[in-house]
Design a protein around this ligand. Structure first.
Ligand SMILES: Cc1cc2nc3c(=O)[nH]c(=O)nc-3n(C[C@H](O)[C@H](O)[C@H](O)COP(=O)(O)OP(=O)(O)OC[C@H]3O[C@@H](n4cnc5c(N)ncnc54)[C@H](O)[C@@H]3O)c2cc1C
Length: 445
């Protein structure tokens, strides 16, 4: 690689960097993607991880706009809901949407290889592997790789949670927050044939869970989520002699009986930590922008990190397309995304409780929850469950979060005025009670 003017430079060849390259090269010319790792399509670069990621409407929109929807769909599995397996042996399915639309699960490594092939085939895109960017010069702008400096027109930091690009912004006064989540996970291979492949399955324990996602092969990609530190059960306690196999067998007897070589897998599979990162500045003048996990690495429980990153790319390109001055375009991009990322990061963190705790049975459902359910049924156009809206619409995450808080206030107010008996009131009474207040909520959205 020569010391030359390289057009647009993208740091990081993960899903977000590759999708960004495919959007940008046809519009703005030469795009160089610098990736620190070897090419995963070569044997040397293969990491052999089995994790799956969920694609929802926002992600599909971007994949469709770069012409990849059909290719990606062909390697995905549709998932219609989540099935909780409870300690008493019963199970409970929560559909992802009320009309049974699926979200789609794909092996991350397979999706990555497909995106690498597609980006490489895009005229104007150059992928460079084994190129770790050590430093970013915001003023030129330029990036330093090894002993070389690569000058360019625009730098995009798509370099994930531990972003070097974000560090350059922090050195100029941006404030970042980076921390390791208290839950860590191990990927465990789960054979198929005993679980319904149209849902994901999870076994909540209150302080963690085991989840299994269907794969195209019919098998499942499992993940054991357990506390990283602290007293047992935690990964830290394993090194002090804690019996991980015994814990798994007693807490998750069904999967334990089905998984081959469980002891070997638990002993040998890597324990992965999860980094959460955010930053209050995403751009520098007209020279640099952060996208994807580099500016919003979030908890994985909602399955939106990559979807949100793809949405960043669409917004970013939309700003460049519609605003001539690059510095103004980048400023508008930052302004329109920071609150979005905050909202979905907060929701993703909250969703941990949905996955780790058994869903309440009908009799024990809180009166607030029961009233919400009735509102969803009676006003299907006005009130839609939050998870469904995040997954199946492209509505602003921040607006969805705000509306959900308004719905919470409405429910509290209605119960305060009319008492818990409102939950079982006839539909006509309930309609009359809520219509005025519901209209106010809809107006806000
Ligand atoms: C367990 C788990 C489950 C998840 N499930 C989902 C899901 O269901 N749905 C969803 O939407 N998201 C999910 N996510 C989140 C998703 O994986 C991330 O949001 C997504 O990978 C972010 O893509 P990215 O390209 O921004 O960053 P990354 O995937 O982290 O890619 C960054 C790239 O930059 C490279 N890089 C880093 N530093 C440098 C450097 N200095 N120089 C050159 N290259 C560099 C890295 O090698 C890497 O290839 C999940 C995450 C986890 C951990």
């Amino acid at each position: 690689m020569k010391d030359e003017d390289s057009g647009i430079v993208i740091i990081g060849g993960g899903p977000v960097g590759l999708v960004a390259a495919m959007y940008l090269a046809p519009r703005f010319g030469s795009v160089t993607v610098l990736e620190k790792r070897p090419d995963p399509r070569s044997r040397l670069g293969a990491v052999g991880r089995s994790i799956t990621v969920m694609l929802s409407t926002r992600g599909w929109r971007a994949l469709s706009e770069v012409g990849l929807e059909d290719f990606v769909r062909s390697i995905c599995v549709p998932i219609h809901g989540r099935c909780a397996h409870l300690a008493d042996g019963s199970s409970h399915v929560t559909p992802y949407s009320r009309d049974r639309r699926p979200i789609w699960s794909v092996e991350r490594a397979r999706l990555h290889r497909l995106l690498l092939d597609a980006a490489e085939a895009t005229p104007g895109v150059r992928l460079c592997f084994d190129q770790q960017v050590r430093e970013v010069d915001l003023d030129s702008p330029a990036v330093v790789v090894g002993s070389r400096t690569l000058r360019c027109r625009l730098v995009l930091g798509c370099d994930g949670a531990h972003s070097t690009t974000r560090a350059a912004l922090v050195s100029r006064g941006a404030r970042e927050e980076v921390r390791t989540l208290e839950m860590a996970y191990q990927e465990i291979d789960v054979p198929g044939g005993w679980l319904d492949p149209s849902t994901m399955h999870y076994w909540p324990t209150g302080d963690g869970f085991f989840g299994a996602f269907p794969l195209p092969s019919g098998d499942f990609a499992g993940s054991l989520f357990m506390r990283l530190d602290g007293p047992a059960p935690s990964y830290a306690s394993v090194s002090g002699g804690y019996d991980l196999l015994g814990m798994f067998t007693s807490r998750f007897p069904e999967p334990a009986a089905a998984i081959g070589d469980l002891a070997g897998q638990l002993a040998s599979k890597t324990v992965s930590t999860i980094t959460i990162a955010s930053c209050d500045r995403w751009v520098w003048e007209g020279k640099l922008a952060l996208l994807g996990d580099a500016c919003h690495a979030m908890a994985p429980f909602m399955g939106h990190g990559m979807n949100c990153g793809f949405e960043d790319v669409r917004t970013f390109v939309g700003c460049l397309d519609s605003i001539d001055d690059t510095a103004s375009a980048l400023a508008v991009y930052e302004k329109s995304r920071v609150e979005e990322a905050k909202a979905i990061s907060a929701l993703s963190q909250q969703h941990y409780h949905t996955m780790a705790n058994p869903p309440p049975d009908k009799a024990a459902v809180l009166v607030e929850e029961a009233l919400r359910e009735r509102l969803f049924d009676l006003f299907p156009e006005r009130f839609v469950p939050l998870y469904e809206q995040c997954a199946f619409t492209e509505e602003s995450y921040a607006t969805l979060l705000r509306n959900d808080l308004l719905l919470e206030s409405l429910v509290e107010e209605l119960l305060g005025i009319h008492g818990p008996e409102l939950v079982s009131a006839p539909a006509s009474t309930l309609r009359a009670r809520v219509s005025g207040a519901a209209a106010a909520i809809t107006k806000e959205s």
